[in-house]
Design a protein around this ligand. Structure first.
Ligand SMILES: *Cc1c(COP(=O)(O)O)cnc(C)c1O
Length: 357
């Protein structure tokens, strides 16, 4: 039986978007491919509030994270982590021999502008990475305020993982001073997994040109140069994803960006209000995500039992992740989700656990 997805990616894909994945193939060096790639880029610039160049990658988001930290770090990267995906930047750097330090916040707490300022004052770093929306903990970081700090340190690049928020929350790339902003297709953009995208500033590319070994497939300079020339990619990209993305971006822009972000806020508000009646929330107030809510499982019910009962009713919810696996569970409110479906899920959980609505 088909299960409605409330996991933080992949999310449900609208049938007509899914159909676009089956568009007959074209040559990837044709004018049609160029037009498709240009169209996707221009729509993504709107969604990201940026004039920066858009790069697509036929890899999941982790691929562009690897390409970004490796391509851009000349001296040393400062990785700010509030959970498993923040830690991933550190692993990516280490495994590519990129000099790196990691700065962790207490569980449920955000990365603060003060923490970033403290690190940058040492003069040791030329790259900062921040997770906009930490999917393992449901924490949103104050990326605009952090951007204001980074702006005061001219050689420092600002890399943001927006994998689980772009398309569900407003991210103003240019205003916030983000040099590279990364997302995957299978989360808030509500497409199948397999493609990722980023915006990249010119100064990030200028910095990357000073790095001798940037790898090959994920070398951002190589990608950038080809895209700048004619919107083409150095190797054969997933054209199927591009067809679906181009169409889905039309739907997103038709819904209206503010409407879409408001819908996510409302949905997450429903989950939070429900969760606070029965449980507690992992993320500190003021830093709670509108795309994934992480709930403390201190009532000591067995999540596996709840999950099984929900699957029988056609819903798949998310367990805990990484370091918070045993003590939390997660409900994602991403993509095309509507209020009535969410209300149904929450009522079903109440019924299964015998909670008072
Ligand atoms: C899912 C996720 C990733 C990893 O993305 P992939 O597309 O699976 O590589 C990275 N960061 C965050 C915040 C995520 O939610």
């Amino acid at each position: 039986m088909y299960k409605k997805l409330f996991i933080p990616g992949p999310t449900d894909v609208a049938p007509e978007v899914l159909e676009k994945m089956a568009t007959p193939m074209i040559g990837h060096r044709t004018k049609e491919a160029t037009a498709l790639q240009q169209s996707v880029s221009e729509k993504l610039q709107k969604l990201m509030y940026t004039r920066n160049t858009i790069l697509l990658s036929t890899s999941s988001g982790t691929g562009l994270m690897e390409g970004a930290i490796r391509s851009c770090t000349r001296k040393k990267a400062a990785v700010f982590s509030v959970g498993a995906f923040g830690d991933r930047w550190y692993e990516l750097a280490r495994n590519n021999r990129v000099p790196v330090d990691i700065f962790k916040s207490e569980p449920g707490q955000p990365t603060t502008p003060e923490m970033v300022e403290e690190a940058l004052k040492t003069g040791e770093y030329d790259v900062v990475t921040v997770t906009h929306n930490e999917t393992s903990s449901g924490v949103v970081n104050p990326c605009a305020e952090i951007g204001e700090v980074i702006r005061r340190y001219p050689g420092v690049l600002y890399l943001v993982d927006a994998v689980s928020s772009l398309g569900g929350a407003k991210i103003e790339v240019d205003q916030w001073g983000i040099d590279i902003c990364i997302a995957s297709t299978q989360k808030c953009l509500a497409l199948p997994p397999g493609l990722s995208l980023c915006s990249v500033s010119e100064r990030a590319i200028e910095a990357a040109e000073q790095v001798e070994f940037r790898g090959y497939y994920l070398d951002l300079v190589r990608l950038y140069k080809r895209v700048k020339k004619d919107y083409q990619y150095p190797s054969t990209p997933s054209l199927s994803h591009m067809y679906a993305l181009d169409y889905q971006l039309d739907r997103i822009l038709e819904e209206g960006l503010d409407n879409r972000f408001d819908r996510h806020e409302k949905l997450a508000g429903m989950v939070r209000a429900w969760a606070l009646r029965h449980f507690s929330l992992f993320a500190k107030e003021g830093y709670r995500s509108n795309t994934v809510t992480c709930i403390n499982n201190e009532e000591a019910f067995v999540f596996a039992d709840l999950s099984k009962a929900l699957l029988e009713r056609g819903f798949r919810v998310g367990g805990g992740y990484g370091p918070f696996k045993a003590t939390t569970f997660r409900i994602a409110t991403m993509g095309e989700l509507q209020e009535d479906t969410l209300a149904e899920l929450l009522a079903d959980i109440d019924e299964i656990l015998g909670l008072e609505a």
